[in-house]
Design a protein around this ligand. Structure first.
Ligand SMILES: NC(=O)c1ccc[n+]([C@@H]2O[C@H](COP(=O)([O-])OP(=O)(O)OC[C@H]3O[C@@H](n4cnc5c(N)ncnc54)[C@H](O)[C@@H]3O)[C@@H](O)[C@H]2O)c1
Length: 363
């Protein structure tokens, strides 16, 4: 199957609940978008050109809600509330669709609004960042932040469609592109494919630097990463088991983002988290020797950070407050090898004792 020109389906009890559709450019999705009823578009002002293109092709776009200065600080209940108020004023009903055009912040927030407005209306996403194409816009998790705690308020609400095309990546700043590389690398550390060569192919592609994003081989890897996520979500939609693997590096990342207060991006935090998970795995004797070095090498190739700049005590405190921590224990996803991860329930302090050298200053 040529994934780039095709679609991936996410199923629940055998029925398709969400589709990820691939095309070379935004215009390739117009035929589907025109079938989505009245479309209420929520978009990031930074990607206005793509929203304008959708509007030009799809007369069923009934209105726009523009998000300015998109950031984690704006990913709040208040913004979701504003989207809901706008939907009400604009006359959105149960058959209307919200179409989110933007990165993961926009799809998380617009998806959340769509999931609570009139007890849930249809949502589709046109992700404009690499991170959202391979991760955030697939799988149905929506959410907003509460103060500096990430995604504490949220729902599961599957997008009807996720539209993935390389065209939108052209305007992406390099640092935001690198954030997406982290999630792609994470995905391939979880599932390196039947030939066991995804990480290697990705590193070869990335060695071409930012230019790689418009290359055919890179688009194929994006589709493979999206299909890994779709597969996991099909098997475990509500994160009862296997889906937790996608949290590889994220327990550390959420704590790092909390400490960083906006100075470190989500992707950078996940990169540091991947390195920490790999080193923890090796110290515990779970990972094959050399695995952490290999993952660190991949992060270097992608130009991503590896070391946590914050003191270990600060990180430990933030981890205890994470929504996934239970009685000071956390389900860590650890690496046995590239393509093979395992879950381990561990005491936060035990893990952080081991990782003290990976953090800013000693305890
Ligand atoms: N729901 C999930 O399963 C899930 C999974 C992973 C991450 N997330 C969430 O995703 C969010 C991060 O999303 P993101 O990394 O996509 O970032 P983002 O939405 O914050 O976008 C990053 C920056 O890039 C700009 N931008 C977006 N697309 C652009 C384009 N094509 N050209 C130029 N500029 C563009 C935005 O304006 C913003 O400044 C986090 O809040 C995270 O919690 C959710």
């Amino acid at each position: 199957m040529d994934l780039r020109m095709d679609q991936i389906e996410i199923k629940r009890n055998g029925d398709t609940v969400s589709r990820v559709v691939f095309a070379p450019a935004v215009s390739g999705f117009a035929g589907i978008i025109r079938t989505l009823g009245r479309v209420f578009m929520v978009y990031d002002e930074a990607v206005e050109r793509y929203a304008v293109e959708v509007k030009g092709h799809c007369p069923n776009v009934a209105g726009n809600f523009v998000l300015h200065n998109v950031s984690e600080e704006s990913k709040t209940v208040r913004t979701a509330d504003n989207i809901c108020r706008w939907l009400l004023e604009a006359g959105a009903d149960r058959n209307s669709s919200v179409l989110a055009v933007g990165g993961g912040i926009v799809s998380d927030m617009a998806g959340f609004a769509a999931s609570i407005y009139k007890r849930g209306i249809r949502a589709s996403y046109l992700p404009t960042t690499l991170l959202a194409q391979v991760d955030a816009a697939i799988g149905g998790k929506t959410g907003v932040n509460l103060d500096s705690y990430k995604n504490i308020i949220g729902t599961f609400h599957q997008p009807e469609y996720t539209f993935v095309c390389p065209e939108v990546l052209e305007s992406l700043p390099d640092r935001v592109f690198a954030d997406g590389l982290t999630e792609m690398l994470k995905t391939f550390i979880i599932d390196n494919g039947i030939h066991g060569d995804r990480v290697e192919r990705m590193m070869t592609a990335v060695s071409m630097q930012a230019r790689c994003r418009m290359e055919t081989e890179f688009s194929a890897l994006v589709a493979e990463a999206a299909s890994v996520k779709a597969g996991v979500v099909t098997r475990d939609e509500l994160e009862g088991g296997e889906r937790r693997k996608l949290n590889l590096g994220h327990t550390f990342a959420h704590a790092i983002e909390h400490c960083a207060n906006g100075t470190i991006s989500h992707g950078e935090a996940v990169a540091i988290g991947l390195s920490m998970a790999a080193h923890l795995s090796e110290s515990l004797g779970i990972a094959r020797s050399g695995t952490a070095e290999r993952i660190d090498g991949c992060l270097d190739t992608c130009g991503l950070p590896k070391k946590c700049p914050f003191p270990v005590a600060m990180l430990e405190d933030a981890m205890r407050k994470d929504k996934k921590s239970e009685d000071d224990k956390v389900h860590f996803i650890l690496v046995r090898d590239i393509g093979d991860v395992v879950e381990r329930l561990m005491d936060v302090s035990e893990a952080m004792d081991i990782l003290a050298g990976h953090c800013g200053t000693e305890r």
